[in-house]
Design a protein around this ligand. Structure first.
Ligand SMILES: Nc1ncnc2c1ncn2[C@@H]1O[C@H](COP(=O)(O)OP(=O)(O)OP(=O)(O)O)[C@@H](O)[C@H]1O
Length: 259
């Protein structure tokens, strides 16, 4: 399924933080949203997964307005990993992941074989099978993160909306997660702070700056030294990754842009 964000405007208590935002993720495409702190990435994603209502503009799912769908119908299409990973759930990891099946169930219905298979597969894919019986509250930050991702996978959505999914993960788990996204191939809209990870995993990048999209396109076209200087205020060289050939950004951590 394709996602189109059209001329989105979002405000918090009357203060506009996104304006005229146009973003696309084509069917099966991994589209990244990158930008400095406070540029509006989470706000954009929250609006896409219907946590926020825009003051103008629309989010279209294969051309249909997402707002027009019922909550459970929308949840069968779109699963989200919010940035707020709260919830002191007194539940096991498997029970948390099974919550991802809720949009498919009638009230009080139990799990069927499809539900159980989806949960076990999500646990295995996120490396959590061995932790399935543990209490969510006993997990480390990275393990909790993977449990919530497993819940989103168990939801078996057409579209994944992931706010900083690699946050808290060590480099191996980051790599496993990003590989999993490529292998599972759903339409994915995700925010990432790690621009090298974004360059490796995303088919398309949208760069937010001050609540507006200032560049969109394939990572190699978007992530130029000039853009990195203008938007992020850093000095950087962009080369080719020696192992993969992806764009590789080498930051000058000793001096900001112009320094
Ligand atoms: N609940 C809120 N109420 C009021 N203002 C908010 C709220 N959430 C975010 N903002 C403001 O909206 C703007 C965009 O914030 P947002 O969290 O979308 O940025 P972000 O790009 O995700 O930032 P970060 O990289 O720091 O996570 C910021 O100025 C922020 O202070």
């Amino acid at each position: 399924m394709r996602i189109d964000v059209e001329d989105l405007r979002v405000a918090y208590a009357g203060r506009t933080v996104l304006a005229g935002v146009r973003v696309v993720a084509e069917d099966g495409e991994i589209a990244g949203v990158v930008g400095p702190n406070g540029s509006g990435k989470s706000t954009l994603l929250r609006t896409v997964y219907r946590h926020l209502r825009p003051t103008a503009g629309r989010v279209l799912l294969d051309g249909a307005d997402l707002r027009a769908l019922s909550a459970s119908r929308a949840a069968r299409h779109v699963a989200a990993l919010p940035q707020e990973r709260g919830g002191d759930f007194e539940l096991s990891v498997r029970e948390i992941v099974a919550m991802g099946r809720t949009p498919y169930k009638r009230a009080f219905a139990g799990d069927d074989d499809t539900d159980r298979a989806a949960v076990e597969r999500a646990l295995a894919d996120t490396g959590l099978a061995a932790h399935a019986g543990r209490r969510y509250t006993d997990l480390s930050g990275g393990e909790r993160q993977r449990a919530l991702l497993a819940k989103a996978f168990a939801q078996d959505p057409d579209v994944l909306v992931l706010d900083e999914p690699t946050n808290h993960l060590d480099v191996r788990h980051q790599t496993e997660l990003l590989t999993l996204l490529r292998v599972r191939r759903r339409t994915t809209l995700l925010s990432l702070h790690d621009l090298n990870a974004a360059a490796a995993v995303c088919d398309r990048l949208h760069v937010l700056h001050g609540g507006a999209v200032v560049a969109s396109g394939p990572p190699r076209e978007v992530l130029t030294p000039a853009l990195l200087s203008r938007v992020f205020g850093v000095r950087a060289a962009v080369t080719d990754h020696p192992l993969t050939g992806d764009p590789l950004i080498a930051f000058d951590h000793r001096a900001p842009a112009g320094g």
